[in-house]
Write a protein that binds this ligand. Structure first.
Ligand SMILES: [Zn+2]
Length: 319
C-alpha cells in the first residue's frame, strides 16, 4: 500500500500545528549548502545549526531505558502525531530535520535496535514510501535511541547516493534472474549494493551479507548503516550496506582542530548536516575522505567478505 498521500498530510498538519516542527522545517528550508566531489560521488554539505542542539540532546544522552526514551509514546509531546504502519510501527515527523520531509519510523514497543528479523519490514516500508529512502543506524554507529527499534526516512531525491549508485563502478559478487549484489569502492567510502526485482531476492542477498560481516567485540550484529529504497518506475528494490569499524572519528568534539560530526546513514548516503559554521567551511575533499576512511571498514578489511560471498553463494544456492 502506498502511504505517500497520508504521510504528506501528516507532515503538512504537523508543520502547521506543532511549533517545534514548524520552526525547524522553516529553518531548514533556508539552510546553506555546498557540494564536495569525492571520486565518482558528489557529497552535499548542509550548514544546519539546529542539529547542534538536537545532536547534543539526542546523541548525548542516547537513551536505552524506557524511562528516558523519546520514542516511547508516554514521553512524546501531545502535539506529535503518528500514522500506524501495519501493527508494528508508527510513522512520525522527525522534529530535527535534515531532509525537507524527514520521518522517524519506530516500533510500537520499547525493544532494542537490531536488524535481525527487520530486513523484510525495511523493504516493505520502502515500497510503502516510494518517494523516500528508508535508513537504519546500528546501535553502535549512529542510532540516537539504541534502546528503541527505529528506522528513519527522508526525501529520496535529497540523498545523493540514490541517484549515483546506478552509474557507480560495481564489482559484482553474485547475480541471478532476480537481481545482484556488488561491492563499490569508487565513491570515497566502501559499500555493498543490492538491486533486485523481488523483495525476496533482496532479503536473501542482505541476510547472507550480514552473516558474513564481522561482529566486533560484544556486539550483537555487525556495525552497519543501511539505506533502502523502492523504485516505482521499474519496480526495483535497492539496498546499500556500509560496514563500519568506528562510531565517531577521533577528532569528534568542539573547539580548535575538532569537528562536531558523527557520521551515520545520511552521511554514508552523501548528505552531511554540519551544525558548526567553522566545520562547514573547513571540510575539503581530503578531509571528507579521511573521515570516511576512519569510520568505514576498508576494502582490505572486507576482502574475506568479498571473496567469501561468491563461495558461500555457490554452496547455499541449491536450497
Ligand atoms: Zn522507547
Amino acid at each position: 500500500m502506498d502511504y505517500t498521500r497520508v504521510i504528506n498530510k501528516l507532515i503538512a498538519k504537523q508543520l502547521r500545528d506543532w511549533d517545534l516542527a514548524g520552526a525547524n522545517y522553516a529553518a531548514l528550508a533556508g539552510a546553506v549548502t555546498r557540494t564536495v566531489s569525492l571520486g565518482e560521488s558528489t557529497i552535499t554539505l548542509q550548514f544546519n545549526p539546529e542539529r547542534r542542539r538536537s545532536s547534543a540532546a539526542l546523541v548525548g544522552t542516547r537513551p536505552q531505558s524506557r524511562q528516558d526514551c523519546f520514542l516511547c509514546s508516554e514521553h512524546q509531546p501531545p502535539r506529535q502525531k503518528a500514522v500506524l504502519w501495519g501493527n508494528r510501527y508508527k510513522i512520525q515527523v522527525n522534529p530535527y530535520p535534515i531532509f525537507s520531509r524527514h520521518l522517524t519510523i519506530a516500533d510500537l514497543h520499547h525493544v532494542p535496535q537490531q536488524l535481525a528479523g527487520r530486513i523484510g519490514d525495511m523493504l516493505q516500508l520502502a515500497q510503502s514510501l516510494p518517494e523516500f529512502v528508508v535508513f537504519y543506524n546500528g546501535p553502535r554507529c549512529g542510532a540516537s535511541a539504541p534502546g528503541h527499534m527505529h528506522f528513519q526516512a527522508g526525501s529520496r531525491s535529497e540523498m545523493p547516493l540514490c541517484g549515483e549508485i546506478d552509474h557507480a563502478t560495481t564489482h559484482l559478487l553474485a547475480d541471478g534472474d532476480e537481481g545482484f549484489i556488488g561491492y563499490v569502492d569508487t565513491l570515497g567510502r566502501g559499500l555493498f549494493t543490492i538491486e533486485t526485482s523481488t523483495m525476496r531476492a533482496a532479503e536473501r542477498y542482505a541476510l547472507r551479507l550480514l552473516d558474513l560481516l564481522p561482529v566486533k567485540d560484544d556486539g550483537a550484529e555487525p556495525m552497519v548503516n543501511v539505506l533502502c529504497w523502492w523504485n516505482k518506475t521499474d519496480r526495483s528494490w535497492h539496498m546499500a550496506f556500509f560496514p563500519r569499524c568506528k562510531h565517531r572519528p577521533a577528532c569528534y568534539g568542539e573547539g580548535p582542530g575538532r569537528l562536531l560530526l558523527s557520521p551515520a546513514s545520511t552521511e554514508m548516503g552523501g548528505l552531511w548536516a554540519v551544525p558548526v559554521k567553522e566545520d562547514y567551511d573547513r571540510l575539503t575533499p581530503e578531509l571528507m575522505r579521511s573521515l570516511y576512511d576512519e569510520v568505514c571498514m576498508s576494502r582490505n578489511d572486507l576482502n574475506h567478505v568479498i571473496t567469501g560471498y561468491s563461495q558461500r553463494w555457490e554452496y547455499v544456492e541449491p536450497i
